[in-house]
Design a protein around this ligand. Sequence first.
Ligand SMILES: Nc1nc2c(ncn2[C@@H]2O[C@H](COP(=O)(O)OP(=O)(O)OP(=O)(O)O)[C@@H](O)[C@H]2O)c(=O)[nH]1
Ligand SMILES: [Mg+2]
Length: 348
Amino acid sequence: MSLKCGIIGLPNVGKSTIFNLLTNLSVPSLNFPFCTINPNIGFAPVMDDRLLELEKIVYPEKVIRTFVKIVDIAGLVKGASQGEGLGNKFLSQISEVDSLIHVVRTFQKENILHVENKIDPLHDIEIINTELIFSDIEVCEKNLLLKKNYKNFNKDLVLQEKKILKKCLLHLQKFSFLKTLKLSSIELSYIKRFKFLTLKPTLFLINADLNQKNNILLNKLKDFLKNDHTQMIFPHLFHKNQSKIKKNNDISKIIRSIYQMLNLETFFTVGKKEIRAWPFLKNSRAIQVAKVIHSDFSKGFIRAKVISYLDFIKYKSENHAKKFGKLRLEGKDYIVHDGDIIHFLFNV
Ligand SMILES: Nc1nc2c(ncn2[C@@H]2O[C@H](COP(=O)(O)OP(=O)(O)OP(=O)(O)O)[C@@H](O)[C@H]2O)c(=O)[nH]1
Ligand SMILES: [Mg+2]
């Protein structure tokens, strides 16, 4: 399962700083624009209290959390979609991730350079949004112009795809994100391969000063984001004198939001050797979920022994849960639930 969340925003707003906090790495985060050119990749551990509860019952040798993959991408500037500041390269890196964290600066510190020479978060968001929209417009236009040889392609499919692309283009030209265009799941499946940037779920992260709580600038920004259907977390993360507990709580909250944005849920495998949390895409079938552990589990799938998390906590072992009828034998089409404790039976 390698779903990725990319960190985007203007240069020098704190993207690598947040990347380091989420992944516990120390990539350079210095006070000059384009400190990051090549993307940094790291993993952020997903905290899950259920692992602690399971550990208290099983006393395993090892406990393994799940992770989300984070990509720290270079900053975008005005004109990025026209190639400004290597913009095209960075936009194509954004197209490769599944969700976004958009970092916005409201902190005032004068010695930290701002590429627009003023602290105006709404203006900053507009710059980034414009570049994302322009990039999607270009993808639509390019593909609408593409002449396909119908000998090699199914004509109906090509025409259908073009019809949806036209609908997308019209929407983007009104300066709207594709996220706000009503598209059926079939339409979405037609355009999936274009990896549109304005379709990606986004979490705005505000990099604020500690003493900024009731600041006019910040309130304006909060108000602006309220109408957007995106989540927003206000972390005070970047400050050295912030308490460690609060900081860690905020970091966990952000990582969990990313996990949700990626549409991920968790199942567990439980044994004396290890307890492990595994990610899976919400509403997946048992046979798809088995693949998260190993492709053999899916290829040779026989059955899944399933106990819900709460039943396991209550009965404290597979045998005991079984005695009380709480262990289910499920087939390959079973829709896995968040918290399921699964033991796959397979044969290869
Ligand atoms: N005062 C203050 N400085 C910050 C804050 N967040 C980041 N910085 C500083 O701002 C500078 C830029 O931070 P980075 O994390 O490198 O920013 P970036 O967005 O990754 O920058 P590029 O990779 O150049 O696009 C560094 O000197 C950070 O220490 C903050 O909340 N307050
Ligand atoms: Mg950086």
